[in-house]
Design a protein around this ligand. Sequence first.
Ligand SMILES: [Zn+2]
Ligand SMILES: [Zn+2]
Length: 557
Amino acid sequence: MPASASPAMTPVSQASPTGPPPPSTKPRVFTTLPPVPRSGALSRNISSPTLSAAYDHAPMDIRADDIRWPCWNGEVNYKQLVFNPPPNCEGWRNPAPAELALSSPFWSMWTMPLPTVGKRLPILAATLASAMATTPACLAKPLDVAAEKAAISRRLDTEYPQLDALYKDLHRHPELSHQEVRTAAKLAAEMRRLGFEVTEGVGGTGIVAILRNGTGPTVLVRTDLDALPMEEKTGLPYASKARQTWQGKLGPVAHSCGHDVHMATWIGTAAMLAASRERWNGTLMFAGQPGEEAGDGAQKMLDDGLFKRFGKPDFGFALHVAPAPAGAVMYKSGAVLSNYDDIEIRFNGRGGHGAMPAATIDPILQAARFIVEVQSVVSLQKDPLSPGIISIGAIQGGSAGNIIPDTAIINGTMRSFTPETRAVLRVGIERTAKAVADMAGAPPPVIKFSNSSTAVVNDATLTKSTAEIFSAAFGPAAIELPTPSPASEDYSAFIEAGVPSVYFYIGGTDPAKFTEAQAKGESLPVNHSPLFAPLPEPTIRTGTEAMTLAILGALAR
Ligand SMILES: [Zn+2]
Ligand SMILES: [Zn+2]
């Protein structure tokens, strides 16, 4: 993520020890159907799961008057739909009428004679499957979490030394965004060893590893691959001494955001699932995403046809290591990470001698005024109840103390959680920059917003079922976060593309050090600090267990 994650550690609620409430057994009857249009074509973007993904739902037995789904039954007649909730199907919910209003042919079938309906059955299958794809837990049997966790833990006892070695190798050899060549090759080899079908070079240096295991949903599991242009100062025996070119200059590179932890848990999860194929049905799509820190790697994979070439996933999962005690697993429904925009502003002036400022227009002063004044956009112009951040992290201008330069450039970031606050911040930045230029009698500044990503918003149904699994597996170490993090992530591109997802955190800090620091009121290094040093064990074990269980929750037989 482009900034450090520091989710609050206060548990706000735990799943009930008695388990979730039983699913409703009351059928829901829709008698008020959307108006039947006279004509129309299938639309691929009305509901979140696209029809192409829907066609992947093969196990559907359909007759004109009777529709069967693995844990879902529906009765159809011309004017009424009845959906019967299945037994023992956690997370089931009736599709809302809006979700059923998927396409005009779907509804126009209700006015057709029966033989015509028969011809339209593939469309019916697709539209109903599309609606069903919003009820993920229906496709999997309830999980015996304790037994599964024990089995994973036993396998990890054997596999962990290899994961530890992989982690330390990746840590020693970090690579910057879109330069992850060695990293991608290493992961591709590991996935091939595990029996996955691997495609390299997706969206640049991205990789896609597929494992098919019978009929069932497709699950996306993402890791990021990249490191940061900074020097590691942890003093660890496996600390990075790597250097790569960043913005034209050779400099140090370090995995100071912990993406090496993610890769180790990604391989660990793949190993656990590959070794237990009898326990699940479906397709695994493991995506190694380049350029997370650049904020554009997910979109590059999508633009390279990720979902067109490999199928669109029904659900997705990703995790991030956070400066919380190792062993903790943290989750939240809804918004979990912020909207993000890079800011670059070039203030223009007229250079000259420092002794003759009246003959110049000073861009340094404009930049300085902007940096101070722009904080009033945050404190006074946006809704005080809607969080927002403007940070300026770099300023460049001038070459010597007695020369007033022509230009000054500032770079910063902007974060928010709602489209409204994002718009207020953006307009406020533009207005402030233009105003300070105007005050100096300078030409207008050049303002650019880039690397934008939208907030990561977790799917409510999938988060609920996953949270119950986490609580059963990790007890009090499974923590529901009360608020989203102001950090950002381009995983949101996959969600925006229609993959209901859960993005969760694992703690990576030595629990003893964490407790000691809290007692002393001190803070420990967070992501993006040169001193950030996740404890490999139990962090990688916990991440592997949590991710494997989350996926089994969606795919278990
Ligand atoms: Zn980061
Ligand atoms: Zn990160």
